[in-house]
Design a protein around this ligand. Structure first.
Ligand SMILES: O=C(O)c1cc(=O)[nH]c(=O)n1[C@@H]1O[C@H](COP(=O)(O)O)[C@@H](O)[C@H]1O
Length: 272
């Protein structure tokens, strides 16, 4: 698979502006709702992708949901990524990887390398900034990007992410972005959409970072509260929802489409 040569952030911006959307479709298939078994899960997930594609900037499969289904699940992930590619949808693989440098290099090769499943990857900085290098280098070589966890959406994030730790990670993201030159770079940041009062701060701290804001819908974040995360012109950030779209009304694919359309419209109205 030949990677798209256009830098990832540019792909996001172009698609965002041409389709007037800032929504990222999370695809996290859970086994419970499918009385028809695995094939129903596979078919439904692909149908939701197809139905929602016109309303979203990009797609974000969380790999845990596919890993939990074993080898078969990983094949479904490959299918989801192949379908997204054929729809020209940028793919953020949400795997939150991080390890010592040599292992990080293997993770980077797995998720961002030549046979990559995706274009961008969420990465965990807990093992130190030196361990981000293989991810950033591999993303650079493939036109991809990384999204570094800076301030996650969950209540328990405060245990480890307060006390200046997130500030240090943000400073490193900003430093890496500055190395890239002008404009949005290939090193982005994850900021939970559940922290609306902090968004202006994080946007200013990482001026060149594309931001990924998860937490819309099921975790209680609201589109109207997220404007401060965006750059002028309403670019520079994408907001993701998973359960709130795929399972908006059971397994009803039309309801998933309407949920995606609704989130898109709410984000656009907030930014108008
Ligand atoms: O990196 C992420 O996407 C992420 C970071 C974060 O801080 N919080 C968070 O919820 N996520 C992911 O975003 C998705 C949220 O799913 P929903 O709560 O169903 O919309 C899941 O795939 C989470 O793993």
């Amino acid at each position: 698979m030949t990677p798209d040569p256009t830098p990832f952030a540019q792909r996001l911006t172009e698609r965002s502006l041409s389709l007037a959307t800032r929504l990222c479709l999370g695809l996290d298939p859970r086994p419970d709702p499918y009385s028809g078994g695995r094939q129903e899960l596979r078919r439904h997930t692909l149908e939701v992708l197809d139905a929602c594609a016109p309303y979203v900037v990009c797609v974000k499969p969380q790999v845990a949901f596919y890993e939990a289904l074993g080898v078969w699940g990983m094949q479904v992930l490959e299918e989801v990524c192949a379908a997204a590619r054929s729809l020209n949808l940028p793919i953020i693989v949400d795997a939150k990887r991080g390890d010592i440098g040599s292992t990080a290099a293997a993770y980077a090769q797995a998720w961002l390398g030549g046979n990559h499943a995706g274009d961008a990857l969420t990465v965990n900085p807990f093992l130190g900034f030196e361990t981000l290098t293989p991810f950033v280098d591999t993303a650079r070589a493939n036109g991809g990007a990384v999204f570094v966890l800076v301030k996650t959406s969950n209540p328990g994030q405060a245990d480890l992410q307060s006390g200046g730790v997130s500030e240090q990670v943000a400073a490193e993201v900003a430093r890496l972005g500055a190395e890239e030159g002008e404009g949005l770079g290939r090193v982005g940041a994850v900021i939970g959409a559940t922290h609306p009062q902090e968004l202006a701060h994080w946007r200013a701290a990482m001026p060149q970072a594309p931001l990924l804001l998860p937490g819309l819908g099921a975790q209680g974040a609201r589109a109207a509260d997220l404007v401060a995360a965006f750059l002028p012109g309403g670019t520079g950030a994408v907001v993701s929802a998973s359960r709130g779209i795929q399972y908006a009304a059971g397994l009803d694919v039309s309801a998933a489409r309407e949920a995606a359309r609704g989130f898109r419209d709410e984000l656009n109205a907030a930014l108008a």
